[in-house]
Design a protein around this ligand. Structure first.
Ligand SMILES: Cc1ncc(COP(=O)(O)O)c(C=O)c1O
Length: 505
């Protein structure tokens, strides 16, 4: 490799000794130093960074320390790896396009313990907010209050509803859910059906049943933060595989399975929280074929497939997935989160382990709630409600997409969901979502930072836009506010503004 020359002032800053007595890790110090040199134009777009060994020698640190710093700046979109020439500073035309994946959702190749979302410091908007893009559920005005009221009054008369329900579920609810799932092409023959208190509990049960001590779970990157919590509290280590416009990048799966021998893969094939993206048909087929070949268990989280703007996608647990897919169904977004009834459909060999895990967590699902759900599903108003809800969500998405296209600066990008109520917005390169959200919240716009959904806290320049609890007027006003914060030069919260003093100008 040709020797690179760095201008003397730059070399002095780049190779200046790190602070060994402070609280900041050496790799974080180095990443921050490089960010600042880039932000000040001292390292220019297209410049190559020093080779790992050279920089390690100059700074008297390990190669691993430099590698971690380079990885951090790569994740932030500030540098791009080159297969033979090392790392170079990103150019404006190095697009961080969602469909390319690695720019924003990189393969986390070593299993890591998920950080707890409860520790995240997320600024909250007041109840009088202008727009709530932070609520990932349909607004209460979209919930089927009449349907639930009818179902409740049909259920409450029976005093038996005040007793404990059987472990696997009440017969009336099992019958209604079985019918409902069959109509939606979920493969049930020979399967075990277990009712739970919602998908959060389903996931905890499955994790407890399948995860060995110190075991690994594969997830999408980014993924639902509650799932990361469930895995973290069960002691799982997580390997996260990138998602792009066509859903999980299945190409990275075989390697991850062979290297980490995971207990299972957790995936949301339809309108994923937080990106709104879905697994395309080709990747579905590829995923199922790979799972069968590699003996990989797929845990499918179906919480929103019915909220498709056009035709709902089929479940992974169709005829081709019977032997490899454990299907979790939630009714929280279709009817109401307060109901707390969900279901697990699993290949029969998992039945007793799942029952045992449920018994150890909480053997009972409210009999009353099960009966209410059964009456809701049997009510002719249910289908009407779901179609109306999906139609309204499509209407809100169209309003959001239109407002984003009209108002956002050119370097802001977002996903295009085909259903559900989540989209993912990538801020301009170098922008800090935490700072951006602090500013939007002050102006009355609630958002959730992207790093909440990433096992390693990456995706720090992205936010989730949830639009199910926001009216069209609120959407338009909210986008206007976000765009004015991003568009105003003074307010673009670039990293260079965070620590401007650390490098001599
Ligand atoms: C990805 C995902 N799965 C499932 C659910 C529903 O979980 P539960 O049935 O426990 O309410 C949610 C709710 O936010 C979700 O985001």
């Amino acid at each position: 490799m040709a020797r690179r020359k760095y201008p003397r002032p730059l070399a002095i800053d780049l190779f200046r000794p790190l602070d060994r007595d402070g609280a900041v890790l050496l790799n974080d110090q180095l990443a921050e130093r490089i960010e600042i040199l880039v932000a000040h134009g001292r390292l220019k777009a297209g410049d190559y960074l020093p080779p790992l060994r050279l920089l390690a020698r100059k700074l008297d640190v390990s190669v691993g320390t430099v590698a971690r710093a380079y990885e951090a700046i790569r994740r932030r979109g500030l540098a791009i790896p080159h297969s033979t020439r090392g790392m170079r500073v990103a150019r404006p035309d190095d697009r961080v396009v969602l469909s390319e994946g690695p720019g924003w959702g990189s393969l986390v190749s070593q299993p890591v313990a998920p950080t707890s979302p409860l520790d995240a410091d997320i600024p909250r908007v007041q109840s009088t907010a202008v727009a709530r893009f932070d609520i990932s559920e349909p607004g209460s005005e979209l919930m089927p209050a009449e349907l639930v009221r009818r179902a409740f009054s049909r259920s409450i008369g029976d005093v038996d509803q005040l007793r404990y329900a059987p472990l696997t579920g009440s017969p009336i609810a099992l019958g209604a859910i079985e019918r409902y799932l069959r109509e939606r092409a979920v493969a049930l023959d020979g399967a075990s059906l277990l009712l739970t208190s919602g998908t959060t509990q389903s996931l905890a049960i499955i994790t407890r049943a399948l995860l060995p001590p110190g075991g690994v779970v594969l997830t999408e990157h980014p993924t639902w933060h509650v799932a990361l919590s469930v895995f973290g509290s069960a002691g799982a280590r997580v390997v996260a595989l990138p998602v792009d416009d066509n859903g999980l990048q299945v190409g990275s799966l075989a390697d991850a399975v062979l290297r980490h021998n995971p207990a299972f893969l957790y995936v949301q094939p339809a309108f994923q929280n937080p990106t709104g993206l879905s697994l395309c048909p080709e990747r579905r087929a590829e995923l199922l074929a790979l799972a069968r070949k590699l003996h990989l268990v797929i845990v499918e989280d179906d919480f929103a497939s019915e909220l498709a703007y056009e035709t709902p996608p089929p479940p992974l647990r169709g005829p081709a997935g019977v032997d490899v897919v454990i299907h979790m169904r939630s009714f929280a977004k279709l009817i109401a989160p307060a109901l707390r009834v969900g279901a697990i459909v699993a290949p029969p060999q998992f039945a007793s382990a799942l029952r045992a895990a449920k018994h150890g967590l909480d053997p009972f699902v409210s009999a009353l709630a099960q009966r209410v759900l059964a009456h809701c599903l049997a009510d002719s108003g249910f289908e009407r409600h779901v179609r109306g809800l999906a139609g309204e969500l499509r209407h809100r998405w169209q309003a959001l997409a239109g407002a984003l296209a009209q108002r956002m600066p050119a370097d802001v990008r977002w996903t295009t969901p085909q259903g559900g109520f989540c989209a993912w917005m990538q801020l301009p390169r170098g922008a800090d979502a935490g700072q951006f959200i602090r500013e939007t919240v002050t102006a009355g716009v609630g958002l959730v930072p992207g790093n909440l959904f990433c096992v390693d806290g990456s995706a720090w320049g992205a936010v989730r836009l949830a639009f199910g609890a926001t009216s069209v007027e609120e959407i338009e006003r909210g986008v206007e506010i976000m765009a004015s914060i991003l568009g105003s030069q003074d307010h673009i919260p670039r990293i260079a503004h965070r620590v401007p003093h650390a490098v001599a100008p």
